[in-house]
Design a protein around this ligand. Sequence first.
Ligand code: ZN
Length: 309
Amino acid sequence: MSETGLHHVTAFSGPVARNLDFYTAVLGLRLVKKTVNFDDPGTYHLYYGDAAGRPGSILTFFPIPHAAPGRAGLGETQETAFRVPRASIGWWTHRLVEKGVRHEALVQVFGEPTLRFRDPDGMMLALVGVDEAAAPSAWTGGSVPAEHAILGLHGVTLLLAEGEGTAAILTEVFGFTQTGREGSATRYSGTAASGRHVTLRAVGAFLPGRQGAGSVHHIAFRAADDAAQAAMAEALRDRHGLGVTEQRDRQYFRSVYFREPGGVLFEIATDAPGFAVDEPEASLGQALKLPPGLERHRAEIEAVLPAVA
Ligand code: ZN
């Protein structure tokens, strides 16, 4: 059985330079791919992750310079969390203070120390201390020492009116199991070390979310290969009555999309081919990469993209 968990999380941000500075210079992630939104090539698509951009480590953004802020609500991802070594939570608390990032008081969530804060666009983030030492895959080319580096995604929390329909997708299609319950929150977990947890917060009637800067657009789950992805899509259609898109080639993975019963946009992304498909691992993220179909428009695309540094 292949690993189950999140592949990536994709969100909207405001100005690109501020987003890049926060995720690399404050959180110490690696920019593993600088490309454009394939559906809107005048907009960047930035991918952050660990040293190799492994599935389960990836947070991506569509930066929109004058985007209105989003409003959190039902049918959306409320919080995106990263894993760090448990002993590093104190270091990270100091780090956020030093960098001028306001954080909430440390709390225990499902028995794990959780440090909540927001990115410059108001996106809700958390660092969660886990019982794992520094990983060889952590990115150490930035200013975060290896022993404290982010290990990958921890998981996401979805805000829903009710959780049953979403839970059925997680357990029956993605192979997650229920691993905890605290108040209105129920945690489901896959098997991968990174991107393992999806927590459903079922709160009944509430305002729906409105997408904007700081909003998560979708979350993507892992499929080992095309066949595994096709089997999941078939189960979604035949057993859960959901509409699923045709497969789209995203250059670094192949994707299908569907709206889950709670209203959140879900994607299923293949592990292959990965981010080293069009540039060497040593120089990931440095050059603007375009898929073959957009390469002949490079000059026009580069002319409209804002400078990032
Ligand atoms: Zn995606």
